[in-house]
Design a protein around this ligand. Sequence first.
Ligand code: APR
Length: 244
Amino acid sequence: MGEKISNLKKILSTSNQIIAFTGAGFSAESGISTFRGAGGLWSKYDPSIYANINYFNQDPTYYWNFFKDERYPVIKKAKPNDGHYALVKLEKQGKLYRIITQNIDGLHQIAGSSDVIELHGNTRKIFCMSCDKTYSIDDIYKRLKYELPPRCSCGGVLKPGTVLFGEPLPQYALDMAMLAAQNCDMCLVLGSSLVVYPAASIPRIAQKKGAVLVIINIDPTPLDDIANLVIHESASKILSRLIG
Ligand code: APR
């Protein structure tokens, strides 16, 4: 392991335009479950029912029960972990160009990161599917006890600002992420299985454009073969050890 750590140290010290690409594994140490792998959410909840826009349009109560019982309580009490704060430091050192996250928990921003691209939206923002009026997550959570699905004052169904399967990613976020991937000199993948597209195309694009690709993920990923360095360890532990 020592050799891999010194290798990562060298790459970090010679890179000045770094993008960090984070997934659920990066928030795991903040107490938020991952989706795949051991104990992942999708082993308990079928994503084609609980996280799919077509099912949501048919019957949104499944999603809202999942939100009420599983997602909100965990995300509400989650705090950024050492990995989030290490990225804030890297940004302050002027080396971190962008954070591109698949996470919907907003923990990067809570930790103090200023340049975060949310490819899959943010669960703390709730909006009306008819009139786009927005609501706070806490107000809506209180109403879920007696109102499923929660509705807007216009009568429209409310939906969290997260991208469900079958929905397109927010175009602006995708464009910004692609641009960052084309202009970075290092892509640091942190805690993602890299199986969900188009998000997982970001590290590929960066690598094709000549950036050094480093993957820190507990389980093997489909991009391990093309990466310059792979570390199957806790991302926040490795990062906080190196960046402090
Ligand atoms: N440090 C590093 N890696 C970790 C850690 C940790 N502490 N804990 C878990 N992991 C790894 C697991 O090995 C797993 O491969 O994190 C990965 C998480 O993978 P997923 O659960 O598939 O999460 P992610 O890649 O973010 O999923 C992509 O899929 O379900 C959709 O929209 C959802 O954004 C999500 C997308």
